[in-house]
Each structure stands twice: as C-alpha cells, then as structure tokens.
Design a binder for this molecule. Structure first.
Ligand code: ADP
Ligand code: ADP
Ligand code: MG
Length: 472
C-alpha cells in the first residue's frame, strides 16, 4: 500500500481525500495557490506545498504537480474532481514518472472524455444512447440535417463538455442556425476542442446515474443509483440515493446497464455512468465520468462503503474489498450543495469573510466543508463551500432530517443556497418524489423566500436602528 499520496486539488474534495488517507494510515500532501494559503485542505493534510501566486494555474500544471509528488516522496496522486481529474495527460505523466494515478488509465479517460467516442462505445456494446449524431457535426447544415432526422427540440453539445457547460437547447432550425457559431466558439474556448454534436432533447427527463467500482482483476460492482434531476443550468444542486422515482425493476435495469457500460470501456477504479430516464420509462446513456463525483457522499451513506478508500486500494493493485452480493443499501440520503451564491439574486456568487460558521450535526448528518469561521471565501473558484448530506431510513424521515439539518447549519458573512433548499423541501413535487430536470426552472417562486429570510433581516434592521439611536 502507498505510504504517501499527493492530492492534486483543493477545497472540500481535497479535505475528503485527506480524511480517507488518514484512516488508511497514509500520509497526505496538499498543494495550494496564494489565495489558498489558509484553506482548510492545507490544514488537514500532513504536508503542504505552495504552487505559486496564480489562483488557478498551479492546480492545472501537470508537470509541476507530478514533480512535487516525486520530490515529496509520494507513490500516488489523487486528482479529485474538476481541474485535471479528467485530463489523460496527467495520468500519462504520472505513469512515466513512476507515480500511480488514482483513477482509470489514460485511455479510458480519453475515450470517455469525448462524448461522441463514449456514445459509439456504448452503442457497440448494445446500450441505448440518446438518438443523435455519431460524429461531431462539421457545420450548421449538417447539424440541421441531423436535427431534422432526430426531431426538434435538440441539444447542441460540446464533445469535450463538462460541468454543465457547452450545452445548448434548440427548439427550431432557425434557433439552431442562430446558435451554431456561438456554441462552437464557446466549446473551443472553454474546453480547447471546438467539436460539437447534435443529440435529441429528451422531454422532461430524470437524471439517473450509477456509481460503479472496478479493480484491476476485472471485478465490476455497482453501488446503486443517484437521482440528480434537481439541476440549475445543467448543474446539479441536490442529489439523492436511491432515486425515489424508480421501481425495483428499473433500478436493476439501470444498474446492469452501468456495469455493461463500464465493461465496454475496459474501466477500472471509480466511475459514474449517467443516464437520462424519459417520461416513457426508457433509459438512455448520456456520458461517463471517469473520476470521483461531487455527489459520491449519498452513495457512501446508503451503502456504508468508503468510495475514496476503495479508489486508493484499487489503484494500489488490490482487489475490491467486497463483491456485488455484499453490497446492501439502506434508507435514503440527500446531498445539498451549499454554494456561496444568492438564490434570490439569480444565484449571484458571494464571497468574502465567513464571519461565523456552525456545521449541522446530530443523527444521520454528514458535513463535507471547505470553510471555517474567519475564512476568507475566495472569488477565483467555483462557489461550492460545503456539502450537507443527510441520511434516514425512509423518504419522509430524510425530508424531515434535511429540513432540521439545513436549519441547524449556519453560514454568515456570505449568502448561501441554504434558504433555497429549505423551500425545495417544501415543494409538493419534491416531497412526492415526482420531479424532473425542469424542476428548478419551473419553480422560480422558490427563490423568493422573503419569509424564510425576514427573521435575519429584521434582526439586522432592528440592531442597526438601535445602534443609530445610541449614536444620536
Ligand atoms: P459532478 O457530476 O461530480 O457534479 P460536474 O460535471 O458538475 O460533476 O463537475 C464537477 C466539478 O468539476 C465542478 O466543480 C465543475 O465546475 C468542474 N468541472 C467539470 N468539468 C469541467 C470542465 N471541463 N472544465 C472546468 N471545470 C469542470
Ligand atoms: P456535463 O458533461 O456537463 O455533465 P451532460 O451530458 O452530463 O453534461 O449533461 C448535463 C445535463 O444536461 C443533464 O443532466 C441533463 O439535465 C441535460 N441534458 C444533457 N443532454 C440532454 C438531452 N439530450 N436531453 C435532455 N437533457 C439533456
Ligand atoms: Mg454529466
């Protein structure tokens, strides 16, 4: 087993990996940019190395990170999610320098990172994919031809897209032609590859994804599904395991499809196979993410399996510590991504000093945070400041626990999405477990939680008035 691992990431995921290392008796090494000098991940790791002044550049510098891993005496590198986690070059450079990359091999990352190649691989394996183009489309004319074949509305998607970006819904041919140049140029700028393809837009789908794990001896297991239909602009906000919307038959179907997909990709380590579930009850393969996922926590809560520790074991060449028949699920888990954003103001990012912070606690509550009281939340990165995961035996209990824990959670100094999640928990569709990816857009009123916020605002106004009176 490894003695020391370099964590090539920051924030809550770096903390998460450091925790797995600590429990396995492995030393962890953090890296940090100038603005991250006082970040939590630096405090939680056993050693930390400065990457330089650039807020982002250091975390994206493949050779510098691998050099650091070598010079710090690490045997392995964990890429986390985001940043270089789906960059095949990092996996290759690690291998060349004798550092084990904690993830699949470069070839799987490369092929699954290209959504067109992934679609072809899955089609060849007999897995249903969303109807659409089998190749990147070269120009607006061929895009329009594919769109006519599959029928509008369609999605224009960047083959290298991720993080919910590079996706554009087109209702009509005029729409598609109007959007074409911009989508292509944005794909080139954001992902370095201007390739775009056309996919049929599934009407009001549910986003259902399956966590899989595989070792280098060819053992494949799934850890059941997650429902990530609560999204804003194609980015997940709330994730649930298992999905309250699936029958047992559907669950078995989608989990088996995911194992088939992982085998088709010759995959090992942890991965996620994402599907859309149509209103008609059909599953369509959408993409495969070749890394740890932000929402892995809900799967850990229902199965009791530590996914990060399994990633490390598998990377070290050990077999998975369990078989499919050993995997049991129990109850429901919900993760809320607590973002430093103001939902009442179009989710405007909010940064600055965290003047006070209390994490939620009590039964069935898990917090994966990147903040602490006095921390200066930086503006340079994405706005995730903590993940709150609640677990309970039944759906009704997990709803109640979510509400209690969100009320328990205190983040002051920046605005967060907590009050918005309290509204979602009240929405009848959510409570009844009947929601699709249109939920957030369909309920703009949930962002206008004047009542939920007024207690705090009123207290602030009264305090300000008293202070003004005393000064007079
Ligand atoms: P998940 O399903 O784990 O939430 P996401 O696709 O939302 O996965 O990505 C996880 C993190 O990685 C997010 O912080 C997202 O902003 C970032 N990310 C994902 N893909 C890219 C990309 N191609 N470029 C930049 N950031 C990305
Ligand atoms: P990313 O790599 O950014 O995660 P995905 O391909 O996983 O991109 O799509 C992100 C989200 O966009 C999905 O969860 C879904 O809500 C929506 N989406 C993507 N493709 C389609 C489609 N063909 N029809 C309907 N919704 C889609
Ligand atoms: Mg996705």
């Amino acid at each position: 087993m490894f003695q020391k691992i370099l964590i090539a990431n920051r924030s809550e995921v770096a903390v998460r990996i450091a925790r797995a290392c600590a429990e396995m008796g492995i030393k962890s090494v953090a890296v940090y940019s100038d603005p991250d000098r006082h970040a939590l991940h630096v405090k939680k790791a056993d050693e930390a190395y400065h990457l330089g002044p650039d807020p982002v550049g250091g975390y994206l510098n493949v050779h510098r990170l691998v050099d650091l891993a070598v010079s710090a005496g690490c045997q392995a590198l964990h890429p986390g999610y985001g940043f270089l986690s789906e960059n095949p070059l990092l996996a290759e450079v690690c291998q060349r320098r004798g550092i084990t990359f904690i993830g699949p091999d470069a070839e799987s990352i490369r092929s699954m990172g290209n959504k067109i190649v992934a679609r072809r691989t899955m089609q060849a394996a007999g897995i249903p994919v969303v109807p659409g183009a089998d190749d990147p489309v070269p120009d607006a004319d061929s895009a329009a031809a594919t769109a006519t074949r599959v029928g509008y509305p369609v999605m224009l998607k960047a083959t290298a897209g991720g993080g919910g970006r590079g996706i554009r819904r087109c209702e009509t041919e005029a729409d598609l032609r109007g959007a074409w140049d911009r989508v292509v140029s944005e794909a080139g700028k954001a992902f370095g590859v201007a390739d775009v393809y056309v996919e049929k837009c599934i009407d009001r789908p549910r986003h259902i994804e399956v966590q899989i794990l595989a070792d280098q001896e060819g053992n494949y297991v799934h850890l059941f599904e997650r429902d990530c239909s609560i999204q804003r602009r194609h980015q997940k906000l709330v994730e649930i395991a298992p999905s309250p919307q699936l029958s047992e038959v559907q669950r078995t179907t989608v989990c088996e499809l995911a194992i088939q997909a992982a085998r088709a990709a010759n995959y090992y380590n942890a991965g996620t196979v994402e599907f859309l579930l149509s209103q008609e009850g059909e599953f369509y393969f959408m993409e495969m993410n070749t890394r740890l996922q932000v929402e892995h926590t809900v799967t850990e809560q229902i199965t009791g399996i530590d996914i990060v520790q399994e990633q490390i074991r598998v990377a070290a060449g050990e077999p998975l510590s369990f078989r499919q028949a050993d995997v049991r699920r129990r109850g429901y888990a919900i993760q809320f991504r607590i973002n430093a954003e103001d939902p009442a103001n179009d989710f405007l990012p909010s940064h600055g000093r965290i003047t006070r912070y209390y994490s939620a606690g009590g039964p069935g509550v898990r917090t994966d945070a990147a903040i602490y009281t006095g921390y200066e939340f930086p503006p340079y990165y994405d706005s995730l400041c903590a993940k709150l995961t609640v677990w309970a035996l039944s759906w009704d209990q997990v709803l109640a626990r979510g509400q209690r824990a969100l009320n328990d959670f205190g983040v002051y100094g920046v605005r967060t999405t907590i009050p918005y999640y309290l509204q979602i928990l009240q929405a009848p569709e959510f409570r009844n477990g009947r929601f699709d990816t249109g939920f957030v857009e369909d309920h703009p009123e949930l962002t206008q939680y004047t009542l939920a916020r007024s207690r705090v605002q009123l207290a602030a106004a009264v305090a300000a008035a008293l202070a003004a009176y005393h000064r007079l």
